[in-house]
Design a protein around this ligand. Sequence first.
Ligand SMILES: [Zn+2]
Length: 259
Amino acid sequence: MLDNRSIQLSLQSKGLYRGRLDGIIGPQSEAAIAAAVFQVAGSKARTWSKARQRLALEQLILKESGFNPGAIDGLIGPNTLNALEQWQNHLRDVHPPVAAVVHQPTVFPRQRDVPAFFGEPGKHQVMLDLPFKMKLAWDTTKVIGRFSVHEKVRDSADQAFKAILQHYGEIRIKELGLDMFGGCLNVRKMRGGQSMSMHSWGIAIDFDPARNRLRWGSNRAQMAKPEYSAFLDIWESVGWISLGRERNYDWMHVQAARL
Ligand SMILES: [Zn+2]
């Protein structure tokens, strides 16, 4: 499937979307998707589900990019799958992934530049107030409403938590274990390594460690399931990365530093 930022970029170029290129498909993006699809598929598209409308838009983008997906009908068939594969190869071979590079906020440094950018481990900490309550993963009788983060990541983390609440709502957050706090600031070496953990600066957050163990890959980690992809998209949209997505281990962990 096409990534959310490519979708928003296409909608923007059609003059249908004026919101941020944040990779979050909210009501504004959804309305723009619907409008774009009606233009090509006609009024019958009004009865289509959001998922079908989105796929129809992806087909349109593929067609406009020179990859033939067949009919713009929002249905997966061999032509669409073939066009998607060609699109992905094209992104990999011809360009760097434009959507990921250009539209993702890049204020955060690479890991090796973290000490220069964030300063001394454990310093420059501020409190991040959470828009929903979390439980300590190691003592679930303890509820927290805030925790300590580096001052340079607070605003982005604040944005992410608010977007998570808006997208999932409190009930779903609990069901998915996104309220299970596995730790943030912790001055220590990386597990099994010599360099400092990103947690040493308060720029990494762990979620639901019991169901996302360090060495588990996407076949076992809860966070690799599709219902968590919006959660990880949100972190990426504020410039953080998921180790699970990048390296397929430590799925509990998001951080404000590139690899
Ligand atoms: Zn971690």
